[in-house]
Design a binder for this molecule. Sequence first.
Ligand SMILES: [Zn+2]
Length: 472
Amino acid sequence: MKRSRLAKTIEVLIFAAAVAASACNVLHAQSATLDPYSANDRAPDARLKVDILVVVAHPDDETLASAYLAREINDEHKRVAMVYGTRGDAGNNDVGPEQALAMGQIREFEARQVGSSLGASSVWFLTGRDTVSQNVLNSLEHWGHGACLEQLVRIVRFTRPSVILTFLPDFTTGENHADHQAAGVLATEAFDLAGDRTVFPEQVSPAANPEKNTNLTEALRPWQPQKIYYFYNPTHDIFTGQGPQYSSQEISPSRHVSYAMLAAEAFALHRTQGGDAIRRAIDNHELEGSQSPIVRFLTDPVRLIFGKSLVPSGIADDVFTGVVPGGIPFQPPPRPAAAEPSNPALEIGDPWNYYRAFWLTHALDRLANVVPLEITVKVGGSLAIPLIIDNPLDRPITVGLSVQAPDGWEVKPPAPISVDPHTRYYLRVQAAAPATKLAGWQQFTISAQEGNQKIGSVPIRVELSTGWVAPQ
Ligand SMILES: [Zn+2]
């Protein structure tokens, strides 16, 4: 007799249900003696533990450190995870017509291929969106600062890195992408917060029903990273004396090619953003000795800036000097409040003003001496110098401003300003850049005085560029 398909299906389902029921009975018999809540005391998932967490903004940013990562992964047997703040949803697409969010998805796919090529253990993404600007505060706003920080603190807690490598949280000449700076700000905040059980406490609260799927808390453990280092791509050397450097030309003993070659093989997978050019350079044996900027990113030494270390380590020591393999207890940073002036003062405005307070709060005051106040401006473009006049006095003040500007720039001198008592007054000095490139630094100084009393001056140097420059 021919059985119907329906009858056969029902028979299979009854059998499956019987197996499931017997499995449940076994589990229930075991759990009768053990409170399932004790599942919270299992060790964290060992597959996710890494030595280095790399926090960058866009797929391809890891290139600044990938020769070093290839060294650590292949020959020092370190485990590395990478975090991207956005999926790289802006920019041009070298392969197909896809743009915006669709291109972001393709770049996520490429970044995961790159992670595999380098030998990274895992690759993660925050929910930031590409932001074309030089001002880190624009990126933090556009990314959703709080949501991205929550996501990154979670990743730090489950990947448990000893060391974080990220972009320098500062404003320099060159590409100076606000998203890059935002990655550095978030990584620095996560370094200081992931070990604090009062920060995103729902992440470190045990699960109420660990044997069921209705949990609303995450059962992670707080985690304190030990060292943080920064990298960047400015137009001049900011690295000498600031941290360790690693050759990219050295041959990997285990892979028998240079670390630059391993980095290039990985970069070639970023096909939407220049990967094919690197593929050709590899195939034509042009990697060594090429002066093209994209190749030099891969073949130059990887230079790091020491941020801070919670274990004994010199500035130029190896990244892993002093690292305690089992981890260290939470160490909250000292949080000295930025000093409020007791007399009227002139200060540089945001984003520079923010960074000065940020470095202090995160015990990174050494970063104040790495990059002077500087900015790149496009020839024929404009410069806005944001300023703050602080009046802590009980009376109003009238402040006169003078601007010392280099030849060839057009500057509108600001009129005298009346500032109310106990007020921070925001203003900016605007300057039109010359239409042709002038060599060297263009030095500006803005000075402020009340009557005959000088209350402060702000020097800032400018580099003119004929290339593309992100909006200020
Ligand atoms: Zn980038």
